[in-house]
Design a protein around this ligand. Structure first.
Ligand SMILES: NC(=O)c1ccc[n+]([C@@H]2O[C@H](COP(=O)([O-])OP(=O)(O)OC[C@H]3O[C@@H](n4cnc5c(N)ncnc54)[C@H](O)[C@@H]3O)[C@@H](O)[C@H]2O)c1
Length: 311
């Protein structure tokens, strides 16, 4: 399959600006459309700020931040692009209006991927005369650092389009998964939601503080989850018998724990209690310094494991 060379980014806020930085780093030309006042300055500032991390990860060898052009019209932004990543606000009428505007101007082989977190592919396909080259390519924030992209295609998707999207994301160093049946939250957000539900329940029922629940994740299973997923980890958790043996040994325990898990409602009172717990945990650090610490830790982890993953 030929390499992708020219990408369009539609909507360059939190997600679109980050995609732009990665696409540029990986040597693509990037044509950006965002109608907001000052969007060009913000995107260029974001790319400049993200570039050192991308360099440290060895992702900029073919990259050139100057290969970015801003466009006043979506039709101009998609012209001759072979891959279009859509990241406009999460409102169906905005996405539909944009798709109607770009569709007549797309290159014949162009693929259009939406970053949408909450909208269904079926709903977004209604904005197309021919939705065969449109699919979901859902990233994790920030897409220039977090490898995962969740892909959703369906019976209206053209032959080979899912595979071509996988090739595109592989070209820019992403890890893709196929979501075979569309469910709210795709896969990764549902997993996050399941864990957070129990984390909240543990706090609300007085089992542990917010800080201790967080510690129990990042210093324990979270470290392992950054290496491997839960099934593979449990496959390694009961000796040479693997996952079969693990299930035999721990079936009853898991059944007892599952039966006892909570289903809290995130009331304003509970949200305030959680915020109070996080304030204690933050211990005077403001949001931007805690975010900088998070990014430094993620970057260091990616750097340290890069060669192991490449093998
Ligand atoms: N923020 C996240 O963590 C996250 C993660 C994964 C996916 N997403 C998805 O990405 C998409 C964008 O989310 P975001 O967080 O970047 O939002 P955002 O509000 O930060 O960015 C949206 C951008 O679109 C621009 N915009 C507004 N109206 C537009 C229009 N009509 N045409 C083109 N651009 C327009 C805005 O100026 C803004 O820059 C959403 O579908 C969201 O669900 C978000």
């Amino acid at each position: 399959m030929a390499e992708f060379e020219r990408a369009a980014v539609l909507g360059a806020g939190v997600i679109g600006a980050s995609w732009t930085a990665l696409f540029l780093a990986k040597g693509l030309s990037v044509q950006v459309y965002d109608p907001a006042e000052g969007a060009e300055d913000r995107v260029r500032a974001y790319v400049a700020q993200a570039w050192p991390a991308l360099e440290q990860l060895g992702l900029t060898e073919r990259g050139d931040p100057e290969r970015l052009t801003m466009h006043r019209a979506p039709a101009a932004a998609v012209r001759a692009a072979d891959f279009v990543q859509e990241n406009v606000p999460e409102r169906l009428e905005i996405k539909h209006a944009l798709f109607a505007e770009i569709e007549p101007h797309l290159a014949p082989e162009a693929i259009v991927a939406s970053s949408a977190s909450g909208l269904m592919v079926r709903e977004m396909q209604q904005g197309w005369r021919d939705p065969s080259r449109f699919l979901l390519g859902h990233p994790f924030n920030p897409p220039h650092l977090i490898p995962l992209v969740e892909l959703i295609a369906n019976e209206a998707t053209g032959a080979g389009v899912l595979e071509a999207a996988e090739a595109f994301y592989a070209q820019i160093g992403k890890v893709t998964i196929r979501v075979k049946r569309e469910v709210p939250g795709h896969v990764a957000n549902r997993l996050q939601a399941a864990l957070w539900r129990e984390a909240i329940h543990l706090v609300a029922s007085g089992v542990a503080s917010v800080e201790d629940v967080d510690k129990a994740v990042w210093s324990g299973p979270g470290l392992r989850w950054a290496a491997m997923g839960p099934h593979m980890l449990f496959h390694l958790g009961a000796g040479p018998g693997g996952l079969d043996e693990f299930c035999n040994r721990y079936r009853d325990s898991f059944h007892r724990w599952w039966a006892d898990l909570g289903a809290p409602e995130l009331t304003p009172e509970l949200a305030a209690a959680l915020a109070g717990g996080v304030a204690e945990e933050a211990n005077g650090r403001d949001v931007s310094s805690a975010a900088a610490e998070r990014d430094a830790l993620i970057l260091a982890t990616l750097q340290a494991t890069k060669d192991l993953r490449d093998r």
